[in-house]
Design a protein around this ligand. Structure first.
Ligand code: BTN
Length: 262
């Protein structure tokens, strides 16, 4: 059961001065819920009812927030920013691109608002001073669009957080205004959306390489039931992570859990 606390009128931010349509803005319509199971499901249902590309669902809290690999994403009110974005039907093949693009957008927004350098742990965790502050979930379904979910740790501690995670309040020493962060984030996501729509993923990839906390490092990889150590070598043109295993073989990873060892 969702309770809707505000449904903003659609904002026509995607019409250029000469009247032609530009890339749909991310956040052209925002649905703000007080509490929801998962914003991912709310966004998916909304898309099925006709929500356009760029529509965003934000919730104050989630009772069944989810992370990657079926993990829960604990989402208490006032402690985090929880949102999901409806993206295009071509989302399936764009999943990895959007994962990386979103990590770039979040990094830019966090850095712009806190002055703290944000790094990316491929494919899409955002870290500040080595601690995870944002998780991103790009979900595709057999039908319907790609739904991109973002969870940002604003404040709080203890059982809500993984030991390798932190909050922006802790790292920055003071709390961020969630509305201001949301606005900045939607703006950065919109810029990345335009770049992707123009087929210029390589621009975002270049920034993701610069921000990568893995490249050149020894990493532990878990994928398809295997676990091994390797060196993270590069991000490939399609967004895959290239690693070199201890016997010198190179592998391209498109889906894996990767942890930095040193
Ligand atoms: C991860 O790091 O495992 C990804 C976490 C994604 C969490 C966000 S919070 C908003 C959206 N709704 C969800 O249920 N999950 C995502």
């Amino acid at each position: 059961m969702t309770s809707e606390v505000g449904l903003d009128a659609p904002v026509s931010r995607n019409i250029k001065e000469n009247g032609t349509m530009s890339t749909p803005t991310i956040g052209n319509t925002v649905r703000h819920l007080k509490e929801v199971g998962s914003t991912q499901d709310a966004a998916r249902s909304w898309a099925a009812e006709g929500a356009a590309v760029g529509a965003v669902v934000v919730a104050d809290s989630q009772t069944a927030g989810r992370g990657r690999h079926g993990r829960p994403w604990i989402s208490p009110a006032g402690k985090g920013l929880y949102l999901s974005v409806v993206l295009g039907q071509d989302g399936a093949e764009r999943g990895i691109q959007w994962s990386i693009a979103a990590a770039v957008a979040v990094s830019r927004a966090l850095e712009g608002m806190t002055g703290l350098r944000a790094g990316i742990r491929w494919p899409n965790d955002v870290l500040v001073t080595g601690k995870k502050v944002c998780g991103i979930l790009a979900e595709t379904y057999s039908e319907g669009p790609l739904i991109l979910g973002l969870g940002i740790n604003l404040s709080g501690s203890g059982s809500d957080l993984d030991p390798q995670a932190s909050t922006l309040a802790e790292l920055r020493g003071s709390e961020l205004e969630p509305e201001a962060l949301l606005e900045r984030l939607l703006e950065e996501l919109g810029l990345c959306h335009t770049v992707l729509s123009e087929g210029r993923f390589e621009v975002l990839l270049m920034e993701a390489r610069e921000r990568s906390v893995l490249l050149g490092r020894q990493v532990r990889v878990q994928c398809s039931g295997r676990e091994f150590t390797a060196q993270a070598v590069d991000l490939e043109a399609n967004g895959a992570l290239r690693v070199r295993t201890e016997d010198g073989k190179e592998e391209s990873l498109t889906a894996a859990e990767v942890e930095r060892l040193r």
